[in-house]
Design a binder for this molecule. Structure first.
Ligand SMILES: Cc1ncc(COP(=O)(O)O)c(C=O)c1O
Length: 423
């Protein structure tokens, strides 16, 4: 067992505590995570002390400027961006993707090809299908192996060609949980002259993101999936963001990040996002243990703490996932739609989807919900993978999504409840 003090972690999250005699087991983390108290406090502080438009000649306006600038710095740290201006805040990943797709579309000509994936959430599929419709682009789909739940890079090589302009892929699936080799896929797409757009929404709570190491061109994530508020973040390579034509009002600045941050920003969400990154740093500094920080001694101190937090979280989550997969695998009639090999858990996030030949996902979710165990059922907006797996007509999957604040006891209680409902 690792020395990860999960009770200390949980104490930071008021929503995980007992209330009115009920203690929820929160396992819908891929749908959206709970927030630590520091995040809620930062948002309250922003609303009460820094609630003004940017650029005014008064104190609360200056405070708001500081909030916005700290949020960009925090996310630049989180993503290891070269410049803070490469970080664009918006409503959520979907809206940011629809927004930037319009500018990316200006680079594309009829007959150009884009590659979308059969493993992705619809937010990294539908915006590009719409763009293709509007610009006369050809869409090709990258399949995944229905037994290994992974992409075959040879299949990507077959799809890439002289007219490929864009590859859109997820870093981790919100249905199968597979972590994709974005770095290798990016290198292949770049070789063919295509841009790469990465959906890191599901990966972000479960691993450190390094846009420089991935070498992708765009990457999107959503702080509400990694213990922050409801807001979205788009990172783009500086030279590309500067070269794209922004869809913006004339009065908005033309520099970065302003040219893509249209309208008034969600200042309180940005304050909460900066506090979320601060929470990870605290986790790395105070909870993860020295050995995790030592691994990243060469990184700047804030990034080192962040990386230590992620590593410690991954180790804890992996132990829980191993037990969950083992327990699920022992039920008759259960099919796990994702990697189950205990030696390959590094290639998946702790998001485990399954179906049972005895009960529909909704029935199982209701049985668990009645016991204060919160899970999700359905296609999870992952229309492509749910379709590829033939699950769209049968209620999708039952998804159990772990996070670093879940415990071994919670996993056991969930397996006990499942034993009853799947009997
Ligand atoms: C993999 C993935 N991509 C994109 C999204 C959409 O994110 P948002 O709600 O920020 O638009 C989700 C939401 O569940 C997701 O799981």
């Amino acid at each position: 067992m690792s020395g990860f003090d999960v009770e200390r972690v949980r104490a930071a999250f008021p929503a995980l505590a007992e209330r009115d005699g009920l203690t929820p087991i929160f396992l819908d983390n891929p749908g959206g995570t709970q927030v630590p108290r520091v995040v809620a406090e930062a948002m309250t502080h922003s609303l009460l002390e820094a609630n003004a438009n940017l650029g005014g000649a008064f104190r609360s306006s200056r405070a708001a400027v500081q909030t916005v600038s700290e949020a960009h710095e925090a996310m630049a740290l989180f993503l290891n961006a070269r410049e803070t201006g490469e970080v664009i805040f918006g409503q959520n990943m979907t809206t940011l993707t629809l927004h930037i797709s319009r500018s990316i579309g200006r680079l594309l000509d009829p007959g150009d090809e884009i590659i979308l994936s059969r493993m992705d959430h619809d937010a990294n599929v539908a915006p590009w299908q719409l763009l293709a419709r509007d610009h006369g682009l050809t869409v090709k789909y990258l399949p995944f192996d229905l037994e290994s739940y992974e992409f075959d890079l040879a299949a990507l090589a077959d799809l890439l060609g002289p007219r490929t302009r864009l590859l859109c892929i997820g870093q981790a699936s919100n249905l199968t949980g597979t972590i994709n080799d974005v770095r290798a896929m990016t290198a292949m797409a770049h070789e063919a002259g295509a841009l790469v757009y990465v959906d890191a929404v599901q990966f972000a709570p479960h691993g450190a993101i390094d846009v420089q190491a991935l070498d992708c061109d765009f990457l999107v994530c959503s702080p509400y999936k990694f213990f922050g508020p409801h807001i979205g973040v788009l990172w783009g390579r500086g030279e590309i963001l500067r070269a794209l034509e922004p869809y913006k009002v004339r009065a908005a600045g033309d520099g970065l990040p302003n040219r893509f941050e249209t309208g008034t920003l969600n200042h309180e969400g940005m304050a909460g996002t900066a506090a979320t990154v601060g929470y990870f740093e605290w986790l790395g500094r105070e909870v993860a243990g020295q050995s995790y920080r030592t691994r990243h001694e060469s990184a700047p101190p804030r990034r080192r703490d962040l990386l230590a937090a992620m590593d410690a979280s991954i180790d804890h989550e992996t132990q829980l996932t191993r037990r969950l997969l083992e327990g699920l695998g022992a039920f008759d009639g259960v099919t796990i739609h994702g990697i189950t090999n205990p030696n390959a858990l590094g290639r998946r996030v702790p998001t485990v989807s399954f179906t049972s030949d005895r009960r529909r996902p909704r029935e199982i979710a209701e049985a668990l919900g009645a016991r204060e165990i919160y899970v999700w059922d359905g296609h999870n907006y992952a229309l492509e993978p749910a379709g590829a797996l033939g699950l769209l007509e049968t209620g999708g999957v039952l998804r159990i999504g772990l996070a670093h604040y879940n415990t071994a006891v919670e996993v056991e209680r969930t397996l006990e409840a499942l034993a009853d409902s799947l009997a």
